[in-house]
Design a protein around this ligand. Sequence first.
Ligand SMILES: Cc1cc2nc3c(=O)[nH]c(=O)nc-3n(C[C@H](O)[C@H](O)[C@H](O)COP(=O)(O)OP(=O)(O)OC[C@H]3O[C@@H](n4cnc5c(N)ncnc54)[C@H](O)[C@@H]3O)c2cc1C
Length: 490
Amino acid sequence: MFDAAIVGGGIAGVATAARLQRRGLSTVVLEAHGQPGGCAGFYRRKGFSFDVGATTLVDFGPGGVGGELLEEIGAPPLEREELQGYVAWMPDRVVTLDRDPAAWAVERARAFGDTPAHREFWALLDHLASAFWQASRRGVRLPIRGPADAIQAVRSLGLRNLGLARYLNWTLADALKRAGLEDDKPLTAILGMLIENAVHSTVKDAPLVNAALGVTIWGAGQSRAKGGMRGFWQGLAARYRELGGELRVGRAVERVEGREGAFRVVTRKETVEAARVVLAVPIPAAARIGPPGLAEAVAPYRRRDDEAVGGAVVAYLGVPESEVAGQVFQHHLVLEDYDKPLGDGNNMFISVSGAGDLASAPEGCRTVVISTHCELAPWEGLSPEAYEAKKDAAGERLIGLARRVYPDLTRDALVREFATPRTYERFTRRPRGAVGGAKLSLANANQKAVPHDVGVRGVWLAGDGTWPGLGTVACCLGSRIIADDVTGRR
Ligand SMILES: Cc1cc2nc3c(=O)[nH]c(=O)nc-3n(C[C@H](O)[C@H](O)[C@H](O)COP(=O)(O)OP(=O)(O)OC[C@H]3O[C@@H](n4cnc5c(N)ncnc54)[C@H](O)[C@@H]3O)c2cc1C
């Protein structure tokens, strides 16, 4: 009998398991796929290693939210390359999003305007970001569900920042409106791209506080592990095993039976007994396999969020180094048209592996991963031929737009593969291929987010469907909250 069984070996599951193991519990991770990682995983092809979804680690430096995870579990420092920032290729201008706050302040004034309204808007965003990044690093817990959480929230935010809590009811659009900037196309476009990537939302709907955090993630310290996510997982999985944790792959959990103190986690290969269960899978999947009472407990959240989902189309390219020459930065945002909706190839994120990163690409080559967001419905119900044609067209569109940055891209590509919501459904078991959790709005974020404990004794929910939401950094923060709960530290 294990003290805890963790279903799902994505970053949320393994981070939670490693913390619990380090705190003295016996744990097992049951992962359906042949290796851990999920949406922050990797796959190998012809000597290249591609990041399937997440390409960057957010706040993994010392003192950061991710850094705290590595420290708690006693992992050796991660070999990683700090990103200097992104370059945003807008239809009519090129903007450098430098990670250095002073350089970014100068650049944004140059690129988007330096009126009193612009200054007021950025000052508010900077202030919120700095206060709430600090709160995240200090382990703030939302939704607040009792006096202990409330005390922790006050402690994390700090007394002098308490007044900022009033912005929890604002959207990003409210802040733009207050500054009279809601019709500023370039500004709303860059904000829209950043928050879609970081918090899965839009300028209109994004809660202001989450938007402020999302818009500043590269300033909070973004890095790429040596060897990409493969390098990251080699380190994390090894450390978990070293602590005595059991990472069992090829174990698709079919159902969880029993109750606190005596759960049976059933897979085709084996049934595992555990006193507690952490379901580190998307909420609809947790509802399907969870123990008695769980489906009912998450039903209100599902009624609200099940349609607020989206997917991704991704191109994985293995190319000769010469095809990505000529750029100082390795990460780029590209927008084709201000007047078209974001997603579906109108905007995209390009991530290139580092020079000399031979764990990602063979000598003289690089990996290039290009992603865009998409709706799910257009990818459903297609014939095999129609699906293949749509996938190829979407992938080629990404490559075409990326040639604005790298004109020779794919002239002599060694690998050229595309992923769609179907790919994510198949390889990461995300229901309908939806990635990134629910699209954030005031109706489902922060105090209204899915909590890690929904009231079924001995069961916790982890991952990007729960607070604080999307991304490696959010999953690390969530894992800390669950570990504190399980080990009675809250
Ligand atoms: C295209 C794209 C780009 C992204 N870029 C970034 C980025 O640059 N930086 C960043 O921080 N984040 C990024 N993200 C978001 C980030 O990847 C995810 O939010 C995060 O990886 C989610 O982790 P998770 O553990 O919650 O879920 P998942 O990664 O989905 O992990 C769940 C795991 O559970 C397993 N599983 C499911 N069902 C079962 C079952 N029944 N039994 C056993 N196992 C099961 C799955 O196989 C999977 O491994 C990106 C996402 C995408 C799609």
